[in-house]
Design a protein around this ligand. Structure first.
Ligand SMILES: *Cc1c(COP(=O)(O)O)cnc(C)c1O
Length: 386
């Protein structure tokens, strides 16, 4: 039976639970074990040691692979653990073309760790490049293109299929960090990407209560390398965190829909406020990526970036919000407001930050699933001059 995405959040098409799920438990058990007894010499239950694999983690990995249309997904202890493992696919001398507007932690990893290991990065606003522009960045050392779409926090939209076409032509991997859309709204592998990254901490787990990360691929050669790497380096997600993420994914569809609906209402309201100078949301027809977003995704998501009249105004809003929490992170059921300059993007060099358009009056909202009117009311009192 072929399942829709909503059903895949709750059920695997072919149950892998045989021999694992006792007593008819509806919730997949937490297999809190480091190791597994062998029935006899030369025999295995299928599990030997939890660094290699654990039943709860495997159930989660199969679920995420199914949601993204990959042949395999690896669950890691955080999004950054996933990206760090991914970097082990590359060797000294390799070059990666990376979008200039990325999650700040990814930039910090590339600049301080991957670079030290001999990997070089060419950084451009890929959403603004045509085929000639992107092709001109490719050198014989280039091995991959790394993008987010929409980007964090400037919401630049890149045409995944177009970039995939260029990557294929030049024999490069296309890696897409799909955290902002989640597999509910966008599936980069189906558009030609080779590898999808998720911070599972965000929309997938969805409750601001656990860290998780994923690498998903539809290529057997990459899967084999990644399985060797996770076994060898050991940052696989713990059984309990795997269970929390599985539990979060059960409601992915309804959370994504409600958060998006709330975001649309907030965007409409923000646009009418005199102290708001710019609202950046890919669901706005005036957003430069609107048409591409409509073509390649099933929604616009619930991340909203906006600029206010001054740094003082931005700080006063952060101090005055009550229902909305001033906190890093995104994608959870609670609405959070973030100040990218000092939080998520503090380690991004100032010149790059400015070039990307992140200023001291830029705020980022991760809209949750509260009542939309309550959220608007909170923003109204926070924006008020007093
Ligand atoms: C949060 C985030 C990450 C890092 O994930 P962690 O789970 O915090 O380690 C990577 N990419 C994007 C787009 C993110 O938002």
């Amino acid at each position: 039976m072929s399942l829709s995405l909503e059903s895949k959040c709750l059920h695997l098409e072919r149950s892998s639970t045989d021999g694992c799920s006792h007593y008819g438990a509806i919730s997949f058990p937490i297999y809190q074990t480091a190791t597994y007894a062998h029935p006899a010499v030369g025999q295995s239950t299928g599990f030997d040691y939890s660094r290699l694999q654990n039943p709860t983690r495997e159930q989660l990995e199969k679920t995420v692979a199914a949601l993204e249309g990959g042949i395999d997904a690896l669950a890691l202890s955080s999004g950054m653990a996933a990206i760090a493992l991914l970097m082990e696919l590359f060797s000294p001398g390799d070059n990666i073309i990376a979008d200039s507007d990325l999650y700040g932690g990814s930039i910090r990893l590339f600049d301080n760790v991957s670079r030290k290991n001999g990997i070089t990065f060419t950084r451009e606003n890929i959403s603004a490049l045509d085929e000639t522009g992107l092709s001109s960045l490719i050198t014989p050392a280039t091995k991959a293109i790394y993008i987010e779409t929409p980007t964090n926090p400037m919401m630049n939209v890149t045409d995944i299929a177009a970039v995939a076409g260029i990557a294929k032509k030049h024999g490069l991997l296309l890696i897409v960090d799909n955290t902002f859309m989640s597999p509910y709204f966008q599936n980069p592998l189906s558009l030609g990407a080779d590898i999808v990254i998720h911070s599972g901490t965000k929309f997938l787990a969805g409750h601001n209560d656990t860290l998780a990360g994923f690498i998903v691929t539809n290529r057997a050669d990459i899967q084999e390398k990644l399985r060797f790497l996770i076994k060898t380096t050991g940052a696989g997600l713990s059984p309990f965190d795997s269970w929390l993420t599985l539990r979060g994914i059960k409601t992915l569809a309804v959370r994504m829909e409600k958060a998006q609906e709330n975001a649309a209402k907030i965007v409409g309201w923000l646009k009418a406020q005199p102290s708001v100078t710019k609202v950046i949301y890919p669901g706005l027809p005036e957003h430069p990526g609107f048409a591409v977003q409509k073509k390649q995704a099933r929604g616009f998501g619930s991340m909203v970036t906006f600029n206010v009249t001054s740094e003082e105004k931005a700080k006063s809003i952060l101090n005055k919000v009550r229902l909305i929490q001033f906190a890093e992170s995104l994608g959870g059921v609670e609405t959070l407001i973030t100040y990218p300059v000092t939080q998520t993007h503090a380690d991004v060099p100032e010149d790059i930050r400015e070039k990307n358009g992140i200023t001291t009056s830029t705020l980022r909202l991760s809209v949750g699933i509260e009542d939309a009117d309550d959220l608007v009311e909170d923003l109204r009192q926070a924006l008020e001059e007093k």
